[in-house]
Design a protein around this ligand. Structure first.
Ligand code: ADP
Length: 376
């Protein structure tokens, strides 16, 4: 049975807002996006009111989840509206979520990353894997790095926060959706010894979503806070690519201990990597180092190596910028095939040369993490 946006609005009409009127009459709802059995929308209020609305958000989510045919409901509370802003017109779209209203992004507040550490109970350290642009292998690196850390004996979680193109469901082959705990927290999916959560479990990867910056931040904050992560030594966050306002805000919303930048060796990609480093420095998140992905081409037949992208660029860039160089990952067919078929190479070929490279990189990340924590 297909759920319609009108059915969702009908349910929300039964939820009372702090303004004394039904949620649907409060002028705070975004479009209602329905993709199959998943419903996503936001409640946009003024920052000064946000405390009063958290409960409404939770009730709205529960009301929508109770609609027959809905398996996942995500309601995001955003505090981007300024006093006097016109109320959005509640509209609904079936299919691709599209949030067209654009307002100025929030200015990130300056906060020390260490002071935000206690934000996720049970999680000792959160690290970001970021890239200045898409397509450099950030998600593949994030997943294999998480597996490398796990191979070192750490308890590891992976949060796919790449809201613009969540690829972790594909890279891990996870099809199921997270269940809710008795405390109404989402339970991460356990795969390959990792606790995994992805925005892609909640919305389709193909729905090319257009999210406004503040909505991204609120969604990620909810995914950090409303997920039963359990006890973890490291939570690896696969960030959305790029260095725009959304990424900047996210970099300081997530309680990060450090960031790993993934780049390819080409000049253009390095310029983006440089921007990424500058972004993390701006919000006082230590850069744990740069990984050069697709560093050189290794022929799957003869093993011959060709430096088709002029290999070594990221190492030089790291030296120039005074950040650690974490390692080089070759461009290799087996990394692409294992990655895209849901069997990441560190898991599926643990004795192979690529798994060994990721484990070495993971060891360096762990050591860097220890030193930034010790220096804090
Ligand atoms: P991003 O997260 O930066 O967009 P992905 O991790 O999704 O990038 O990778 C993009 C594509 O490149 C995927 O098809 C992936 O399998 C492939 N890929 C990533 N790293 C490598 C590598 N070292 N060798 C071969 N293919 C790779």
């Amino acid at each position: 049975m297909t759920v319609t946006p009108q059915q969702v609005l009908d349910r929300l009409a039964g939820v009372l807002s702090p303004r004394g009127v039904a949620l649907t009459d409060a002028g705070v709802l975004s479009e209602i996006a329905v993709t199959g059995d998943r419903v996503l929308f936001s409640i946009d209020v003024e920052a000064s009111e946000i405390g009063a609305w958290e409960d409404v958000r939770a009730r709205a989510e529960a009301a929508v989840r109770a609609i027959p045919g809905v398996s996942v409901a995500m309601v995001v509370l955003t505090a981007e509206r300024k006093a006097g802003d016109a109320a959005p017109t509640p509209r609904s779209t079936q299919g691709i979520p599209h949030v067209s209203a654009h307002r100025a992004p929030q200015k990130p507040a300056s906060q020390s990353p260490m002071s935000r550490q206690s934000d996720i109970p049970g999680v000792a350290a959160v690290i970001a894997v970021a890239s200045g642009k898409g397509g450099v292998g950030k998600s593949t690196t994030a997943l294999n790095l998480a597996l490398g850390l796990r191979a070192l004996g750490l308890r590891v979680g992976l949060l796919d926060a790449d809201i613009y193109g969540p690829s972790i469901p594909r890279l891990t082959g996870i099809r199921e959706k997270p269940r809710l705990s008795d405390e109404k927290k989402m339970i991460p999916i356990q795969r390959f010894g990792l606790a995994i959560m992805s925005v892609g479990f909640l919305v389709e990867e193909e729905s090319a979503m257009i999210w406004r910056g503040p909505m991204v931040t609120s969604a990620i904050r909810q995914m950090l806070r409303d997920v039963a992560w359990g006890e973890l030594d490291v939570l690896v966050v696969d960030m959305p690519p790029g260095t725009g306002d959304a990424q900047l805000t996210l970099a300081q919303t997530v309680p990060l201990k450090g960031a790993v930048i993934v780049s390819t060796p080409q000049d253009l990609s390095l310029i983006d990597a440089r921007r990424g480093i500058a972004m993390f420095r701006k919000v006082n998140v230590p850069v744990l180092g740069i990984v050069e992905n697709m560093s050189f081409f290794q022929c799957p037949h003869c093993g011959t190596r060709s430096d088709i992208f002029g290999h070594g660029g990221a190492r030089h860039e790291a030296e120039r910028l005074g950040v650690p160089f974490l390692g080089e990952i070759p461009l290799h067919m087996s990394i692409r095939e294992t990655s895209d078929s849901g069997h990441p190479v560190v898991e599926s070929e643990p004795d192979g040369p690529h798994a060994a490279i990721y484990r070495v990189i993971a060891g360096r990340v762990r050591d860097q993490l220890h030193s930034v924590i010790a220096a804090a």
